[in-house]
Design a protein around this ligand. Structure first.
Ligand SMILES: [Zn+2]
Length: 108
């Protein structure tokens, strides 16, 4: 995963991702102050949706059947998901740029 700013090339690391998600996927480069956005790969979207769907379904079944083993399976699926994303970044998305220049919207 390439964590450099697309404008100035400064390494931004991972630290602002959660913040960026809250602020509509857009953020400011801490180095050059240019607006950039998270560049989400389709594979990441699919993995997140699959894991989220699996965990929600398992949790629902666990509640429905009052099953402790299903609760543990749901927790395991959530943990697996937390491990799968960094793994995906380091293998399949090794050279994928994490950030892209933000497209300026025209002011009304
Ligand atoms: Zn920058």
């Amino acid at each position: 995963m390439d964590y450099r700013c697309p404008v100035c090339g400064a390494n931004l690391g991972k630290r602002k991702i959660t913040q960026a998600v809250v602020v509509r996927m857009e953020m400011e480069c801490s180095h050059c102050q240019n607006r950039i956005r998270l560049n989400i790969h389709r594979a990441e979207e699919i993995v997140v949706l699959l894991i989220f769907g699996t965990v929600v379904a398992l949790a629902a079944f666990a509640y429905w059947f009052q099953s402790q083993s299903l609760v543990l399976t749901a927790l395991a699926a959530a943990m697996l998901g937390a491990l799968a994303l960094p793994l995906l970044e380091q293998t399949y998305l090794r050279t994928w740029p994490r950030y892209a220049p933000s497209v300026q919207r025209p002011d009304p």
